[in-house]
Design a protein around this ligand. Sequence first.
Ligand code: UD1
Length: 344
Amino acid sequence: MKRILVTGGAGFIGSHTVVELLNSNYEVVIADDLSNSSMEVLNGIEHITGQYPIFEKIDLKCKNSVSELFNKYTNIESVIHFAAHKAVGESVQNPLKYYENNLSPLVYILQELHSLQRPIHFIFSSSCTVYGDTSISPITEDAEVKSAASPYGNTKQIGEEILKDTCKSNNFLNVISLRYFNPIGAHPSNNIGELPQGKPQNLVPFITQTAAGLHNSLTVHGDDYPTPDGTCIRDYIDVVDLAKAHVLALKRLINGENKENYEVFNLGTGKGSSVKEVIQSFEKMSAMSLTYKVGPRRYGDVVTAFANTSKAEKILGWKSKTSLDKSILKAWNWEKKIRNIKNK
Ligand code: UD1
């Protein structure tokens, strides 16, 4: 069987996707620099699938290392490219780190693929952040791509542009960009989950860490928005559901079912939940009360963003299955496991 290269395969969404690929009998090579993950993740994958994945610790920002990777694994047929930094605030502080890390590996990988001169399938890990400050939800794939609110968001927009342009000049290349809404949760086996480095900026890991005692309280970033309870609305999508969409997208490309050689799909639940609803869900599922206070709005937050998922439903045959409650419970079970919390 031909191999799938999964860059960033030890990360949060990458590791869950590797599990789904191995369970669907694909042969996987993970390439990861472990900058935001650990070797433990590979053990977790083995626990779930019975297979320890082929792993290369590699800095994809190094062009020579990327070449060596493709020289070593000559039968790579598909690439799922997750490897990227994703902290919005850090990207504002250090934009060049983000432009280098999120874009140069993409270019080097595409150069290698171009030189193969044979059909290649490529899945790009994109984000709803490409829609920028949109006032219309549910968001469809043809919504206007507005100027990015952060260098991180810009790297996703530019990444998509790089792929679109490369597809125009390379008939061997077939690409699907998957625009994720807000990935949360963990594997139901509790063997893999999110491992944020430092203080998380995202809502759900901050909630579970606060409940685990790592922070005194959660700050709700604003409750004076024009929404029913005043807090922002997002589309929280379970990471396992998200991972399964990658397998379906890959199959579409492998089976040659794609209509264009560059396609885009939204991946969300289609349902918006407010920050307060997420907190309520956590409190219900954990049977704990969460300490939180309301602070000022966070710069750059859009009021409401949730997906129109019709395209993924119709074309990929994909639909999210996991409820917000179940997904949050999995995130909490994972937090308890990594913090050795027994009785909460
Ligand atoms: C953010 C990024 C997005 C990225 C995604 C996944 C921005 C503007 N967008 O999405 O590009 O793809 O993460 O990494 O940063 N909240 C609180 N208190 C907290 C944390 C969050 O109230 O401590 C609120 C936020 O204000 C927001 C909601 O929770 O309303 C979700 O925030 P977050 O999890 O950071 O995701 P996004 O901002 O939607």
